[in-house]
Design a protein around this ligand. Structure first.
Ligand SMILES: [Zn+2]
Length: 322
């Protein structure tokens, strides 16, 4: 049996550089955009089809000239969210290796010649990471990440220097360069993650202490380590301000009143009302419940979804326990 319902290819949550409302990025079969703005009160109701599909690749024509190209073949995803040919065509793939290999196409080389930000981000479960953001991508990069706290710690002369520093921070201080998306959402709702409170969870106050300590360790490294002091780097100390849309999620997390979404958005059918967005995490209301649930929307990347009337059931057993 085949379904005639038109599907949309989902590319996850996209935060705009102008700090306005994020969108659930959706594309129709013919390439037209069907994005859903995620304003508070937005209804999302859809069924997820099996499989994971290629999200295309990036063409970098110059420092400010990044173009997304849809997968010409509508192929299944083979690695991450790309098919083999799109991965091979992706100009941006050289970005993370350029400081070691020296290999990059001309457009990306122009981008990497510009100054870049080094940042420290800290997530709800207490994990911090070191990362980089392009000059014009300063706010958006961190908005996409979904950190609870983040600070820009340095402005490096170019894309090679910033990645040398990033590797140095990882090597010397043990700060990783990635936190899994699922862990970011789970850290907002799972108790017992090793935090300092009696219940084992972090709150805004204790997480701020952890974050500030990591920022200071990075600043000390930049000022004192011989491998860093010879580089063209300007230390900065500037906190990232998250979108107001993240507010209800962060408040519920701090109050210990945020609940894990029942099930996974990568399969089955779902219907809920969006109240808040933090990175790739949605804060949603279910029909018939006043609670705020945290759902990991990163798993919607590369999924085909079909709009329809659905309603996610409130987990009754859990509600009756408390
Ligand atoms: Zn492809």
């Amino acid at each position: 049996m085949t379904s005639a319902a038109p599907f949309l290819l989902s590319a996850g949550i996209d935060w705009p550089a102008d700090q306005s409302t994020p969108r659930w990025s959706l594309r129709a079969d013919d390439g037209t955009r069907a994005d859903q703005l995620l304003e508070p009160g937005t209804r999302c109701s859809f069924a997820v089809q099996p499989g994971r599909w290629c999200l295309g690749h990036t063409r970098v024509g110059g420092a400010e000239d990044w173009t997304h190209v849809d997968c010409p073949d509508g192929a299944p995803a083979e690695r991450g969210t790309q098919c083999g040919p799109c991965l091979a065509r992706d100009d941006a793939r050289h970005m993370h290796d350029f400081h070691r290999s020296g290999i990059a196409p001309a457009g990306l080389r122009a981008y990497l010649a510009k100054p870049q930000w080094l940042y420290v981000a800290t997530f709800a479960q207490g994990a911090s990471k070191i990362g980089t953001a392009g000059l014009g991508n300063k706010w958006r990069r961190l908005a996409q990440q979904g950190a609870v706290l983040a600070s820009y710690v340095a402005l490096a002369a170019d894309g090679r220097v910033v990645r040398v520093l990033e590797d140095l921070v990882t090597e010397r201080l043990g700060l990783g360069q990635a936190v899994r998306a699922a862990a970011k959402t789970a850290g907002l709702t799972d108790p017992g993650q090793g935090g300092p409170s009696p219940s084992g969870v972090y709150d805004a106050g204790s997480l701020a202490t952890v974050h500030r300590a990591q920022v200071e360790r990075v600043h000390a490294l930049l000022a004192e380590d011989p491998a860093a002091t010879g580089l063209d780097v300007e230390p900065v100390d500037e906190d990232f301000t998250p979108s107001a849309l993240a507010g209800p999620l962060l408040k519920a997390w701090n109050d210990g009143d945020l609940h894990p979404y029942p099930g996974w958005l990568s399969a089955s059918s779902h219907g809920f009302t969006v109240l808040a967005v933090l990175g790739q995490t949605l804060g949603v209301r279910l029909d018939g419940s006043e609670r705020l649930y945290a759902a990991d929307a990163s798993v919607l990347k590369g999924r085909r979804v079909v709009a329809g009337e659905h309603s996610t059931a409130v987990p009754v057993a859990q509600d009756s326990l408390f």
